[in-house]
Ligand binder design. Structure first.
Ligand code: PBG
Length: 330
């Protein structure tokens, strides 16, 4: 067709480029992960996640108000639990006065319209750092799902809008959905971590919550018996379709960047919103390279976020959310 068709005409200047741009980013795209700790006046930086913090409840309140002002209207809560409260079955996770339950109330008090999602998994509460109850060298599936259902109910009672099970036990979405329905929590949503891979990119997150699997004689130190093998693609679709059948309102692919082929495939396959979690290791990589002056932080950040959305993400859980929105506003 050359020279009748010259593709560069649509790239001549920023005005035409923005006119034909297919993917744009706004505060509405983001879900902001927040780490919560006990104490007062605590804002501690996570060593492997520069400029990302754990907050005590009083400072959490300040932080969510700031997010709200920036137009960030959804948060995903994680708690760092003291070792004293950890056991094999996650008993503390069901404590109505537990840190998560108080965190939910704190956010709702500070910003009543903020959408509160909660992490539902045993690992922050487990002495072993695993997402399931362990017995005789085995991660128990159904017993774990029952605890996750109770945990979800406890979060719903405290005021959570959505629960987000991140454990990858089989059948847990149905178990949670039934528990919520039985107790009349018809409006509590479930965002399922449906295609969650056994990834080495979760390292900094496990530092943040002190939740890494510990050395055990009869259990491997990784999560490969429940999280997915990163070599697999069809399995992600199967997992996701099953979670939707069991009652998930939103499904998720995790991590982000290395899994954008999976995101696109799932987006083409399903008709519920698809979330993508750009995980801690992805955040840490860019921060480290930028600190060394090897990558231009803001430019690479925007390229990554746009790529995730272009791949099919309706929702992006990202530690960059605040940085991105501040950049958009600048
Ligand atoms: C655990 C959980 C993990 C993350 C979210 N929930 C880590 C894991 O599976 O070990 C990772 C998030 C991140 O790396 O940013 N239930």
């Amino acid at each position: 067709m050359y020279p009748i068709r010259r593709n560069r005409r649509l790239r001549t200047n920023e005005a035409i480029r923005s006119l034909v741009r297919e993917t744009t980013i706004s505060p509405n795209d983001f879900l902001v992960p927040l780490f919560v700790v006990e104490g007062k006046g605590v804002k501690e930086e996570i060593v492997s996640m520069p400029n990302y913090y754990r907050y005590s409840l009083d400072l959490l309140e300040r932080e969510v108000k700031e997010l709200w002002k920036l137009g960030l209207k959804s948060v995903l809560l994680f708690v760092k639990v003291s070792d004293k409260l950890k056991d094999n079955t996650g008993k503390e996770a069901l404590n109505p006065k537990g840190l998560m339950q108080r965190a939910i109330k704190t956010v709702k008090n500070a910003c009543p319209d903020m959408l509160v999602m909660t992490d539902v998994a045993l690992d922050p509460y487990s002495i072993y750092g695993h997402d399931g109850i362990i017995e005789k060298g085995i991660i128990l599936n159904d017993e774990t799902a029952d605890v996750l259902a109770e945990m979800s109910l406890s979060h719903a009672k405290a005021g959570a809008n959505f629960v987000a099970p991140s454990d990858m036990m089989d059948g847990r979405i149905l178990t949670i959905r039934e528990a919520l329905e039985d107790e009349g929590y018809f409006d509590t949503g479930i965002m399922s971590y449906s295609a969650k891979y056994a990834s080495a990119f979760y390292g900094p997150f496990r530092d943040a919550l002190d939740s890494a699997p510990v050395d055990l004689k009869n259990i491997p130190k990784d999560k490969k018996t429940y999280q997915m093998d990163y070599a697999n693609r069809f399995e992600a679709i199967r997992e996701t379709e099953m979670d939707i059948d069991e009652g998930a309102d939103i499904v998720m692919v995790k991590p982000g960047l290395c899994y954008l082929d999976i995101v696109r495939e799932i987006k083409n396959e399903v008709d519920v919103p698809v979330a993508v979690y750009q995980v801690s290791g992805e955040y840490a990589m860019l921060k480290a390279a930028a600190e060394k002056g090897w990558l231009e932080h803001d430019a690479v950040m925007m390229e990554q976020i746009t790529a995730i959305k272009r791949a099919g993400a309706d929702i992006i859980a990202s530690y960059f959310a605040k940085d991105v929105v501040k950049l958009l506003n600048s």
